[in-house]
Write a protein that binds this ligand. Structure first.
Ligand code: CTP
Ligand code: MG
Length: 242
């Protein structure tokens, strides 16, 4: 069996219910633990849809997705939520406290572990400045924190769960370049044994990924490392220079 956390797509096709054309066609790849798999492609290419199939927000129309060699449908909801942390493109906070938001998926974590997750996510500074700190209130939808703070709290939440698979959907877009760089550097150690899948807009942030999948109109049109794709893929060159 592949290692726990391994994500395998086998010839996956997906169309939204009621839609005529599929949004994803014949997607095959393997994201391995200890590696970063980046997905890049223009808006509407199907990147978010692809990520959303992994925690079963939708089921593949054709083909199969396996986690650690087990088909998603046999895994069960609990195993999926215990093993996979997803930071969605529009990160969501629940009304409650910062702590209750961080404990979603990490009920038994020590308080120190929550702070460690906040430190990695570059969120410890603003949390410690808020009155009540971990007990500070978050309003419905997280409207009383900034977009970048919301993003970092959702990243901290993902880290606190200590999953085997991380899904980041454009999760660093609201951060300034310097915070983005610090956060990425801090993420290396805690995610080093996990399978990490990152959807990115900025190529600069994924140049050291182990594999990059170039998605265009729902198909993987090229794959490889940054250097390989610069040589082989016109679509990639266009993304790099755009
Ligand atoms: N789509 C849809 N129904 C949804 C979500 C998306 O029909 N509930 C369609 C979109 O209109 C688009 C395609 O599915 O044509 C792919 O959408 P998405 O996966 O969200 O594309 P991304 O690559 O994530 O685009 P972006 O970079 O803008 O996030
Ligand atoms: Mg998207």
């Amino acid at each position: 069996l592949p290692e726990p956390g391994t994500v395998e797509f086998k010839d996956v096709t997906f169309g939204y219910p009621g839609a005529e054309a599929p949004v994803l066609s014949n997607i095959s790849f393997t994201a391995k633990p200890g590696q970063t798999t980046a997905i890049i492609g223009s808006t509407g290419a199907g990147k978010t849809t692809l990520l959303n199939l992994i925690p079963r927000l939708y089921d593949a129309t054709e083909g199969e997705i396996l986690i650690g060699g087990v088909p998603l449908k046999e895994l069960g909801r609990e195993a999926i939520s215990q093993n996979i942390s997803a930071v969605p493109q529009r990160p969501y906070l629940f009304s409650g406290t910062i702590e209750s938001n961080l404990r979603f998926g990490a009920q038994d974590a020590e308080e120190e572990e929550l702070w460690e997750a906040l430190r990695i996510a570059q969120a410890d500074g603003f949390v410690s400045e808020r009155e009540g700190q971990l007990e500070s209130k978050i309003s419905q939808g997280g409207t009383n924190v900034s977009g970048g703070q919301r993003q970092r709290l959702c990243i901290a939440r993902a880290l606190a769960a200590k999953p085997k698979t991380y899904l980041f959907d454009d999760s660093f877009s609201a951060l300034d370049v310097s915070t983005d760089a610090k956060l990425r550097a801090a993420l290396v150690e805690p995610t080093k044994d996990a399978a990490v899948i990152i959807v990115a807009q900025r190529v600069s942030t994924i140049t050291d990924a182990d594999q990059i999948l170039v998605l265009d109109h729902g198909e993987i049109v090229a794959r490889g490392t940054h250097e390989e794709l610069l040589e082989s893929s016109e679509t990639y060159q266009e993304i790099v220079t755009s």
